[in-house]
Design a protein around this ligand. Structure first.
Ligand SMILES: Nc1nc2c(ncn2[C@@H]2O[C@H](COP(=O)(O)OP(=O)(O)OP(=O)(O)O)[C@@H](O)[C@H]2O)c(=O)[nH]1
Ligand SMILES: [Mg+2]
Length: 509
């Protein structure tokens, strides 16, 4: 690793032999990052296919986009301030240590942060990367770079700095003191997007719980200006009240209220779970296998679900377009029923509070008969995205037993050599384009071959009073022969064990 003498912390990219100063190179890096700032989302907005349907959700979403944070049960200033991040004009800042590869990775990450910021509704003005062995424990950036950042913020008229990391509460405050505008981190930004996008009651409760969990240890910081004011008043009264001024008491009060609210949310979420579990058990009882679609955000999961089922699920060139899992029924070519479940997108450094909050939702992946891991093969770092997704999946019980197929999507715009590279690395892949339909038939066939086939041979006459059972054989079984006899419906074929037992019982009665 080469440190240039002019500025040991400049984000150089180690092509220093062309005689340019480290600063020039640093500026170049900033420029390059910005030139591609928006490209974590692909260029050119959102393109829809006929499978995407009317996209009513999308219409609704753009109509609603800039009205955020209206619902607040707590009338508390600290919380309101937190919920409405109101990021308008932002400067991004990131860090890396090491050489060219690390610099590239940090750039990709900063570009993704830009896309996240845009998704949250803000305008990205500039980006800064610092090369530094380790973040400064006090101020995240080194003091020199922090001062430079303050200058940049003033120069471009930004009102917020977003750091591409999770800042310690004290780091955030210290950096804020230097740059003189609001500083937020990647975690807060992702939480904010989730809060904007959650639609179902359960999703909203899960996100609020995650936000409060994030907020709790940071309360001091968020309420600081207020408690300082209050503290000042106490100081001028000079009552010698020690460190426990009204500001402190206020924070304790806020903390208690937040804890109470969190407990209430946990109870609500727990109360909502049985309905989902019942539905899942119902599907299980009816032996309808589930295919889970998972993958990095913006990989094209919803588009693929639409291509496979014409479901008309929201597709948007934005991160975290889908938060509420959608389950659709589909049939294999030979008529077997299965469900396809679209899940929330994953992202590098998905806040652990969110993984926790969405755990119950994610656990459905562990129950799936097949996992379609959708990858945007046109992304600059698909392998990094695959790794980030697997990191989260590894935390879900049962996932290791679910067969996984890597679906390389966006083949219409992907570099074939990249596609080939991933194909050689991964055990099972299918190359598709949800847009052109390429590979979709192959994917359908693969799903059909992967889904468990019913094993138990049946040869039964089902009484006409049990039309429901005949229906279930149609849904989940394979029928070789069906005939209407006087005593009932003759069925020969194969079903799963549970249904076979029920059929036997019905036939005997
Ligand atoms: N060129 C190309 N673009 C695609 C393809 N599939 C999806 N896209 C685009 O990629 C963007 C994201 O698609 P979505 O289906 O919303 O992605 P997602 O994985 O559901 O994203 P989240 O719900 O945000 O996690 C949209 O702009 C799609 O039009 C494809 O095969 N080719
Ligand atoms: Mg989606």
């Amino acid at each position: 690793m080469t440190h240039t003498p002019q500025d040991p912390q400049a984000p150089t990219t180690e092509h220093g032999d062309d005689g340019r100063s480290a600063q020039a190179i640093a500026n170049d890096v900033v420029a390059r990052v910005l030139a591609r700032a928006g490209t974590a989302r692909s260029e050119g907005g959102t393109v829809h296919t006929e499978h995407d349907g009317d996209q009513l959700d999308l219409e609704e979403r753009s109509a609603l986009r800039r009205v955020g944070g209206l619902s607040t049960e707590l009338e508390d200033v600290t919380e309101v301030e937190y919920r409405q991040l109101r990021l308008e004009r932002v400067v991004l800042v990131g860090m890396y240590s090491g050489g060219e590869a690390a610099a590239r990775e940090a750039e990709v990450s900063l570009r993704e942060l830009a896309a996240l910021a845009e998704t949250a509704g803000s305008q990205v003005l500039d980006g800064l990367l610092q090369r530094r062995q380790k973040p400064d424990p006090g101020t995240y950036l080194g003091s020199g770079k922090a001062a430079e950042l303050a200058g940049l913020v003033r120069a471009v008229g930004a009102d917020t700095v977003v750091a591409d990391t999770e800042l310690a509460p004290s780091q955030r405050r210290a950096l804020e003191d230097i740059v003189k505008v609001k500083v937020v981190d990647r975690t807060a930004l992702i939480l904010d997007i989730f809060a904007q996008h959650a639609k179902s009651r359960e999703g909203k409760a899960q996100v609020e719980l995650a936000q409060l969990e994030y907020l709790l240890p940071r309360l001091r910081g968020w309420g600081e200006s207020m408690s300082r004011q209050a503290g000042g008043q106490v100081g001028s009264a000079g009552a010698g009240m020690g460190s426990r001024g009204p500001g402190e008491t206020k924070i304790e009060l806020d903390r208690r209220r937040i804890r109470n609210r969190m407990a209430k949310l946990r109870r609500e979420i727990a109360a909502m779970e049985p309905a989902r579990v019942t539905k899942r058990l119902e599907r299980k009882r009816h032996a309808v296998p589930n295919v889970a679609i998972a993958g990095y955000t913006n990989a094209g999961k919803s588009s693929l679900l639409n291509a496979l089922t014409d479901a008309g699920v929201l597709v948007e060139n934005a991160l975290f377009a889908t938060l509420d899992p959608t389950v659709r029924r589909a049939r294999t070519e030979d008529g077997r029923l299965y469900t396809l479940a679209d899940t929330v997108g994953f992202v590098r450094h998905l806040p652990h509070q969110l993984v926790e909050a969405f755990r119950s939702t994610l656990e459905e992946v562990g129950d799936a008969a097949l996992l379609l891991h959708v990858v945007d093969a046109s992304h600059p770092d698909p392998e990094g995205q695959i790794a980030a997704v697997r990191e989260v999946l590894a935390e879900i019980p049962g996932v290791e037993d679910v067969p996984e197929v890597v679906v390389l999507n966006k083949a219409d715009v992907a570099d074939p050599t990249v596609v080939g590279r991933i194909q050689r690395r991964e055990k099972r892949t299918v190359v598709v384009s949800a847009h052109t339909g390429e590979g979709v038939a192959e994917l359908r066939a693969l799903i059909a071959s992967e889904l468990p086939r019913p094993q138990v041979e049946i040869d039964v006459v089902v009484p006409y009073s049990r039309g429901d059972l005949v229906n279930r054989v149609h849904q989940a079984g394979e029928i070789d022969h069906e005939e209407h006899l006087e005593a009932g419906t003759l069925l020969r074929g194969r079903v799963d064990e549970a249904l076979a037992a029920e059929l036997e019982r019905a036939a005997a009665s």
